[in-house]
Design a protein around this ligand. Structure first.
Ligand SMILES: *Cc1c(COP(=O)(O)O)cnc(C)c1O
Length: 450
């Protein structure tokens, strides 16, 4: 199809995720190819991939080693089921994942998206207690403003009003504990106080209801979709301690933060936390193919282990679970991490970004800059001093990202927050170019604001 036909057809038949289609109709974008960290549209315009194609991409597009690994696997087989049968790359990848994951995690259960890896964690944690005979432990605790994907289970433990409120009657109830937000927290800005307050609130919930609580689910170290909110130091460790004290499973969602994104292979390493279940997806295949996994301990696994007649089996699976092409891509992806010392490199780049982003504070509409590794959020506000937000309808960050697109860089905002999440392999020069584009775009879109 030629560009015009593609455009018309896309407007006629496509329905894009998380997208109001009138926005797409006004400002359509159709990607045709990508090389390195540059994406190209059907008209030949080029864009730096400032959001890693929605938080996935690691080494850029058309990475030779991953392309070749997929082609090589394709010469053997594209897919066979993992229900009742293993396959070669799924076994090798499980080995590799266990090697790099926190030490207590010993088992890999595959699926195909972040949301499915979370659904699996929820059902596993629930059934763990059922199989163990502690049948009252059915409830889940999750954090305010958390995000874990879009399936009904995942939204039930999520708490982003804009996305989730309408489904209220559809969701199972989960107990919401306050997230220790450091920007606009009514109790002030002292991070230790904010952390201690949040830990005390969680302790009260656990004290009152631990006999009925199966697990707590938390994003690891930083809440992504709610606007890049970094946990105060010691908070995640504090949750882990409470989980041990009250016999509650700790589910850590590393879907966004895993694979070097925060400057560690997994973000739990920042605090030496050992979760009972850990969900991983996004960066696992370098942003190539839909592979996800739920990792867990031998203790959890053992509660499902026995003869068929005991009815302990985990009756859950997806058609494409353990897909060979995806696992081959993931193996090639992780090999490059070793060869290029990628996690350390990413940590270094994060420091460069940190010092460059500081200069954004000179703009009077930049309210806060939040960052953990290569996960950054820049919050635009009406008033820097009072932290007053822009009216919802103004869509300042959205307009800023459209301006960035004009200047050759792609990202997607979260409310009034501009997301900056470049591929781990971005060069220093590319990072600086992207920050320059961001600055110019912020300048353009906030120029006429009071
Ligand atoms: C993106 C994300 C998910 C959902 O992953 P999908 O692959 O989009 O289903 C879950 N949890 C977190 C923390 C995420 O950022």
């Amino acid at each position: 199809m030629n560009p015009q036909a593609l455009l018309e057809s896309s407007k006629r038949h496509l329905w894009l995720p998380f997208t109001q289609m009138t926005d797409y109709e006004r400002d359509p974008l159709i990607i045709e190819s990508g090389e390195g960290i540059v994406l190209k549209d059907i008209y030949g315009n080029e864009y730096l991939d400032g959001y890693s194609s929605l938080w996935l991409n690691v080494h850029g597009h058309q990475k030779k080693e991953i392309d070749e690994a997929i082609k090589k696997q394709l010469d053997k087989i594209a897919h066979s089921t993992l229900l009742g049968a293993a396959n070669v790359p799924a076994i090798e990848l499980a080995d590799k994942l266990i090697e790099i994951a926190p030490n207590n995690l010993q088992r890999v259960f595959y699926s195909d998206s972040g949301a499915t890896s979370v659904e699996i964690a929820i059902k596993m944690a629930y059934q763990y207690w059922q199989n163990k005979g502690q049948t009252k432990k059915c409830k889940f605790v999750s954090l305010s403003n958390g995000y874990h994907g879009d399936t009904v289970g995942a939204i039930s433990i999520g708490a982003i009003d804009l996305f989730h409120r309408i489904y209220g009657a559809l969701m199972f109830e989960s107990i919401k504990a306050p997230f220790p937000i450091t920007y606009r927290n009514p109790i002030g800005s002292n991070e230790d106080t904010i952390r201690d307050e949040a830990i005390s609130a969680l302790r009260r919930i656990f004290e009152e209801q631990h006999e009925e609580i199966a697990a707590i689910t938390v994003e690891s170290m930083i809440q992504g979709a709610s606007g890049m909110h970094v946990m105060p130091k010691g908070y995640l460790k504090g949750i882990e301690k409470l989980c041990r004290e009250f016999n509650i499973l700790l589910i850590v969602d590393e879907v966004a933060t895993g694979f070097g994104r925060t400057g560690k292979m997994f973000a739990v390493e920042h605090e030496g936390v050992q979760p009972d279940l850990m969900t991983i997806a996004k960066g696992i295949t370098g942003g190539y193919l839909p592979i996800a996994a739920t990792l867990t301990t031998e203790d959890v696994y053992n509660e499902f282990y026995g003869e068929y007649e005991e009815l302990k089996t985990f009756f859950h699976g997806h058609s494409y679970t353990g897909n060979q092409l995806g696992c081959a891509a993931a193996l090639a992806n992780l090999k490059i991490y070793d060869e290029e010392n990628l996690v350390e490199q990413a940590a270094k780049k994060a420091r460069l970004i940190e010092s460059e982003l500081k200069s954004l504070t000179e703009f009077k509409h930049v309210g806060d800059i939040r960052q953990l590794g290569l996960m950054c959020g820049i919050e635009l506000v009406k008033d820097q001093d009072t932290k007053e937000a822009f009216p919802f309808e103004e869509r300042v960050a959205y307009k800023t990202t459209l301006e960035m697109r004009k200047q050759g860089m792609l990202t997607r905002p979260l409310g009034d927050i501009i997301v900056f999440m470049p591929p781990l392999a971005s060069t220093d020069e590319q990072l600086l170019t992207m920050i320059e584009i961001m600055k110019k775009a912020i300048e353009v879109t906030t120029m006429d604001k009071m």
